[in-house]
Design a protein around this ligand. Structure first.
Ligand code: PLP
Length: 383
C-alpha cells in the first residue's frame, strides 16, 4: 500500500507551486493549492528507473527507442481499450509545445479556432500567440454537471478550422460520454473541422470511462490529433514528456520536422526510462492514487457542503481539481483573490484565468492533512 498521506516537503524542490508563491501571489507563507501537479511522490518504480539512468553517468544526445512509443500503445490499449498505430505517434516535450505547433501547422493566420469555456488558459494563449481568432462555445451549467450547447457548437463549427477538445475537461472535471463525443465528431466531420484532442487527464478518471474521440470511427479518425502524456498521471511534469497521435504518418513526419526547426529533437535523457517504467509498471500505483483522490474529493465536497454554504461545488468525474463556484459572495476575482490570500493564506487559481469569473480552482492532489488545512482556511474566509 502506498501512503499518500505521509508528510511531504517541497521546500528544496524548485516547484512552481511552492517556490512561485511570492511572484504569483505576492506572499511567501501561503498554502499552495493552485498549479496542477501533485504534492504526492511519484511511484517508486519510476524513481528506480530514474536512479538507474543517473547511474549511467553519461547524458549525451539520445535516440528514440521502440519501447518508448510501444509503452504508450500498450498502455492506451490496456487502460482505454483503444489500439493506436505506433508509426503515427510522435514524441513532443510537452502538450503545450504540441498545441502551439499543431495550431501553427493546421491553420493559417486569422483562422478561427474553437474552444469551450471555462477553458484551460494555455488554449487561449497558444491561439493568440499564433494570431488565430478564438471562438468560444460556452459550456452550460446544469444541476449536477456542465454540458455542451450543441446548437451553438454547430453554428460556430461552420467556420472554425480547428476545435480544441479537452477530454476529460479541465477545470470542470467532465468526462465526455460516448453520445457527446459522437455528436462533436458528427458536426466536425460535417464541416471538416480538425480536432486537437488534449487527453492529458485521461488516466485520472474517477467516475466513468475515458473514450478517445479518435477511436469513434465514422471519419472523425482522419481529423483528430490526440495528445497523451504520463506527466499528470504520475506527477512527472518537471521532466517533460508527451505524445501526439496523428491521423496519417506524413503529418507526423512534418510535425517532427517542425519540432526540429525550433531545436527540439529526441527526448531528454531521463524521459524515455521515466515513461517506460510508468506505463509498464505503474498501474497498481495509479489505482491506489485514484482511490486516494476519490477519498479526498468525497471529504472536500462533504466538508464544503456542511461548512461553507457560500460555495457551490460538484464532484469532478476526472482530475484532481475542484471547481469552486464563489458567485454567491458577489465579489470580483481581484477581491476574491485578496480575501483568499490575505484572509486565508490560500493560493488558488482564480476563475478569470479560465474565462469564468467568480470561480476558483482548488487542487486536492495532496496528503489529507494538507487538504484539511486548505479547507479550514477556505472556511475561515467564506464560512
Ligand atoms: C488540459 C491540459 N493540457 C496541457 C497541460 C500541460 O501539459 P504539459 O505540461 O505537457 O505542457 C495541462 C496542465 O495543467 C492541462 O491541464
Amino acid at each position: 500500500m502506498v501512503d499518500f498521506n505521509k508528510k511531504i516537503d517541497r521546500s528544496k524542490n524548485d516547484s512552481r507551486k511552492w517556490a512561485g508563491r511570492k511572484s504569483y501571489f505576492g506572499k511567501e507563507n501561503l498554502l499552495p493549492m493552485w498549479v496542477a501537479d501533485m504534492d504526492i511522490e511519484t511511484p517508486n518504480v519510476v524513481v528506480e528507473a530514474l536512479k538507474n539512468k543517473a547511474d549511467q553517468k553519461i547524458f549525451g544526445y539520445t535516440m528514440e527507442n521502440e519501447r518508448y512509443i510501444g509503452s504508450l500503445v500498450n498502455w492506451v490499449e490496456k487502460r482505454h481499450g483503444y489500439k493506436l498505430s505506433g508509426n503515427k505517434i510522435a514524441h513532443s516535450p510537452t502538450v503545450i509545445t504540441s498545441l502551439n505547433l499543431l495550431i501553427k501547422t493546421l491553420t493559417n493566420e486569422g483562422d478561427k479556432v474553437m474552444i469551450q469555456s471555462p477553458t484551460y488558459p494555455q488554449f487561449v494563449k497558444q491561439i493568440k500567440n499564433n494570431n488565430r481568432k478564438i471562438v468560444i462555445n460556452e459550456l452550460v451549467e446544469k444541476e449536477d454537471r456542465y454540458e455542451i450547447d450543441f446548437i451553438d457548437f454547430e453554428e460556430k463549427a461552420k467556420d472554425s478550422v480547428v476545435f480544441i477538445l479537452c477530454n476529460p475537461h479541465n477545470p470542470t472535471g467532465r468526462v465526455w460520454e460516448r453520445e457527446e463525443l459522437s455528436k462533436i465528431a458528427e458536426i466536425c466531420v460535417k464541416y471538416g473541422v480538425k480536432i486537437i484532442s488534449d487527453e492529458i487527464h485521461s488516466d485520472l478518471i474517477l467516475d466513468g470511462k475515458h473514450i478517445s474521440i479518435a477511436s469513434l470511427g465514422g471519419g472523425v479518425e482522419n481529423l483528430v490529433y490526440t495528445c497523451f502524456s504520463t506527466t499528470k498521471t504520475f506527477n512527472l511534469a518537471g521532466i517533460q514528456s508527451s505524445f501526439v497521435v496523428f491521423p496519417v504518418i506524413k503529418e507526423k513526419e512534418e510535425f517532427v520536422e517542425e519540432l526540429s526547426l525550433i531545436g527540439v529533437h529526441e527526448p531528454n535523457s531521463f524521459c524515455m526510462d521515466m515513461v517506460i517504467s510508468a506505463y509498464n509498471d505503474g498501474e497498481e500505483w495509479l489505482e491506489e492514487l485514484l482511490n486516494h483522490l476519490r477519498e479526498n474529493i468525497e471529504f472536500a465536497v462533504d466538508y464544503i457542503e456542511k461548512n461553507i454554504p457560500q460555495i457551490r461545488v460538484k464532484k469532478p468525474e476526472a482530475t484532481y481539481l475542484l471547481w469552486l463556484d464563489l458567485r454567491k459572495c458577489k465579489l470580483d476575482d481581484e477581491k476574491l483573490k485578496e480575501r483568499l490570500v490575505e484572509g486565508g493564506g490560500l493560493a488558488l487559481t482564480m476563475g478569470g484565468a479560465f474565462m469564468s469569473h467568480g470561480f476558483a480552482r482548488m487542487n486536492i492532489a495532496c496528503p489529507r492533512y494538507m487538504l484539511e488545512e486548505g479547507l479550514k482556511r477556505l472556511k475561515k474566509v467564506f464560512g
